[in-house]
Write a protein that binds this ligand. Structure first.
Ligand SMILES: [Ca+2]
Ligand SMILES: [Ca+2]
Ligand SMILES: [Ca+2]
Length: 300
C-alpha cells in the first residue's frame, strides 16, 4: 500500500513539471519597421513570447501590448528553444504558433494577417523549413486569430498549427519563425509573435538536456602543460553560481578556485601551481545545469 502511494506521488510531480512552452529565445533579429514590443529597453522581451498567448486576445480584440507581443519587423527572425521537452510527431498537429491576426471590423471572413515562415530543428544547427502554399496559406503562420479558448487544444485555441509528419521529422527542440518579408505577396505587414505552444511532446532526458546546455559553455586552459602559472578561460550561457575546483589524479579535491555568482559571458582566472607537485590534475567547472572537466598538466 505504501509503495502504491509513493508511485502516485512521483507520477504527479513528474506531470506537473512538463510545460508545453519554450524555455528561451536563442536568436532574435529584428527587421526594419518593427512595432509592438520594441522600445529602447525591450523590457518585456523575451518573457512576452515565452508564455501562453495573451488570454484576452480573440478575433475581434487582438493582442497589441508589448507585455504579450514581439514584432519581428521586415524579414526579422526569432528562434525559440524547447529545452525541457521535445516536440514529437504524434497524430495531428504537433505545435501551434500564435500571432495577433484579427477579424477586420469583427468580420470573420476578413482577416488582417502578417505572415511568418516556419523552420524547425532537432539540434539547433540544421533547420528544415515547412513547405508552404501562398494560395491556401497552408503552413504559413500569422494567418489565424487567437480564439481565446484552451491554448493546448488545437480545436479551440485558434493560431496556426504545424504537423511534423509533413516534413518527416520525428522530434524537434527549436522553432524558427522568419517574417515573410516580400516572399508572399498578399502579406499585410510584419509578423508579431505572441506564443508557441507544443501539442505533442515528451520530457527531455537529462542527458540530452545537458548536451544542449554544454554547447553554450566552454572551459579552456593555456598554456597546458604549464609551469607554474596558467590561464583558465571559461564562458557561461547565463548568470549563475559556479564552482571551479581542482582535483588530483585520484579524484581528491585539492583546491576551490571559484565559488560565487558570475555573470554570463567570458571569464578568466590565473592559476598558480607553485604549491603543487608536478603531475596530472583535473579542473572541474560546475554550474546550474552543466559540468565541464579539463585535464591539466603541471611540469616543474
Ligand atoms: Ca503530427
Ligand atoms: Ca500582427
Ligand atoms: Ca505572448
Amino acid at each position: 500500500m505504501k509503495k502504491f502511494f509513493l508511485f502516485v506521488l512521483i507520477g504527479k510531480i513528474a506531470f506537473a513539471q512538463i510545460n508545453p512552452l519554450p524555455n528561451e529565445v536563442v536568436f532574435y533579429r529584428q527587421g526594419p519597421n518593427a512595432t509592438i514590443g520594441f522600445d529602447t529597453t525591450n523590457i518585456f522581451f523575451p518573457q512576452n513570447v515565452l508564455g501562453f498567448p495573451d488570454s484576452l486576445a480573440e478575433g475581434c480584440n487582438p493582442s497589441s501590448i508589448p507585455n504579450e507581443i514581439q514584432s519581428l519587423g521586415d524579414g526579422g527572425e526569432i528562434i525559440l528553444h524547447f529545452a525541457d521537452i521535445a516536440i514529437v510527431d504524434e497524430d495531428g498537429s504537433d505545435f501551434t504558433i500564435f500571432e495577433n491576426a484579427f477579424f477586420i471590423g469583427c468580420d470573420s471572413n476578413l482577416i488582417y494577417r502578417e505572415f511568418g515562415i516556419v523552420s524547425v530543428s532537432k539540434d539547433g544547427i540544421n533547420y528544415f523549413e515547412f513547405p508552404f502554399d501562398t494560395l491556401t496559406l497552408h503552413n504559413i503562420c500569422g494567418v489565424t486569430p487567437t480564439l481565446g479558448g484552451i491554448f493546448t487544444n488545437p480545436n479551440l485555441s485558434g493560431g496556426d498549427k504545424f504537423d511534423l509528419s509533413e516534413i518527416g521529422i520525428d522530434s524537434i527542440h527549436f522553432v524558427k519563425i522568419t517574417d515573410a518579408g516580400n516572399r508572399i505577396s498578399n502579406d499585410f505587414g510584419n509578423f508579431d509573435l505572441d506564443a508557441v505552444v507544443a501539442l505533442n511532446f515528451v520530457p527531455t532526458t537529462n542527458r540530452v538536456k545537458e548536451n544542449f546546455e554544454n554547447k553554450n559553455q566552454s572551459l579552456s586552459v593555456f598554456p597546458n602543460p604549464f609551469n607554474p602559472k596558467t590561464k583558465i578561460v571559461f564562458s557561461l550561457a547565463e548568470t549563475q553560481t559556479v564552482i571551479l575546483q581542482i582535483y588530483d589524479i585520484n579524484g581528491k579535491k585539492i583546491s576551490t578556485l571559484i565559488n560565487k555568482n558570475l555573470e554570463n559571458g567570458n571569464h578568466e582566472i590565473e592559476f598558480d601551481g607553485s604549491n603543487f607537485q608536478s603531475g596530472i590534475y583535473f579542473l572541474k567547472l560546475s554550474g546550474k545545469n552543466f559540468s565541464l572537466t579539463k585535464k591539466i598538466i603541471l611540469t616543474k
